[in-house]
Design a protein around this ligand. Structure first.
Ligand SMILES: [Zn+2]
Length: 312
């Protein structure tokens, strides 16, 4: 789906809470907004692909070719939700307008949800929309390393117990600044899965900096310019691999400070997605732009019932 590359504040997205309130007084306004995000170049039928439609009652689009009625929320995380869309919009605004996001408890309090579980499920649905499947590959100079998350639990089964290896790839831009990041929960420390991850998220031709582990010699054969640092030791992290080291520190601070609870290994990938979403937009001054991007990606996402999220 072609996306608006340069959305404009006050035109494509609300810049302030006042604008947010004025733009979305009811569910009908929310439906219209989602329709524009879903079909930026005009309606296209999900069944026959023909453009052209009639608008019918209750916020539906009817294909002029085959007569299929579809809604802007069909097949998205909002699909078949019993909650008013305006409440979803409020949740998206709340989550994106805070620099570090919110905990499930924070969302529950803000929106007056009856249960913590509902707020938790909402946050997880939104996290699933935070990283686009066809997201762009990292390019230029990339630092690749691994860090460990967790490790404080003492023999409690089932929780975020042992230290969990996280693979970090981060672009190094001019003057030492960092660009975009990609994160992955690794099956095991080190090893060939780091090379597979690099191939998944880094564009061929990029320069990749790693430590001196033998496994990274495969990167050259995969079309990358490989810069190993032999003899690299953990104490030298800041000097040799400052990008992943900084990302790791921020990730640890964020999980400890914002979420207020342990994250199970099963759910960790979604938290990594939220961290990635926020980190890659950290320089954006317009919080409304994050609101726009998240909704845009949300109408591009499959629905996930609660029982699937909780694994039961
Ligand atoms: Zn059709």
């Amino acid at each position: 789906m072609p996306q608006n590359p340069h959305p404009v504040g006050s035109l494509d997205y609300p810049r302030t809470y006042q604008e947010f309130r004025a733009w979305f007084p009811d569910d009908a306004a929310c439906v219209e907004y989602l329709g524009k995000l879903r079909w930026p170049n005009g309606f296209s039928c999900p069944r026959c692909g023909i453009g052209g439609c009639w608008r019918t009652g209750r916020g539906l689009w009817m294909c002029a070719g085959c007569g299929l009625k579809t809604s802007a929320t069909a097949g998205t995380i909002f699909h078949r939700s019993h909650t008013p869309l305006s409440t979803w919009f409020a949740a998206v605004w709340f989550v994106t307008s805070q620099k570090n996001g919110v905990s499930a408890k924070g969302l529950q309090d803000a929106l007056g949800f009856g249960s913590y579980e509902t707020a938790w499920a909402w946050l997880h649905k939104l996290r699933r929309a935070m990283v686009r499947p066809e997201r762009e590959l990292l390019a230029g100079v990339v630092e690749l390393d691994q860090s460990f998350l967790g490790g404080r639990s003492k023999g409690k089964p089932g929780g975020a117990s042992a230290k969990t290896p996280i693979t970090i790839a981060v672009e190094r831009a001019d003057r030492g600044r960092l660009g975009r990041v990609r994160l992955e929960l690794a099956d095991a420390p080190g090893g060939v899965n780091m090379v597979d991850f690099a191939c998944d998220v880094i564009a061929p031709g990029a320069a990749i900096h790693t430590d001196g582990a033998r496994v990274f010699t495969r990167l050259a054969a995969k079309g990358y310019v490989h810069h190993p640092t032999p003899g690299y030791k953990a104490e030298d992290l800041d000097a040799v691999m400052p990008g992943p080291h900084l990302v790791s520190s921020l990730l640890k601070r964020w999980t400890a400070g914002t979420l207020h609870h342990r994250i199970s290994r099963q759910h960790l990938p979604y938290y990594l997605d939220e961290f990635t979403f926020r980190f890659n937009r950290r320089t954006s001054k317009a919080r409304g732009l994050l609101f726009y991007r998240l909704l845009q990606q949300a109408v591009d996402t499959d629905p996930h019932p609660l029982k699937e999220l909780t694994g039961g």
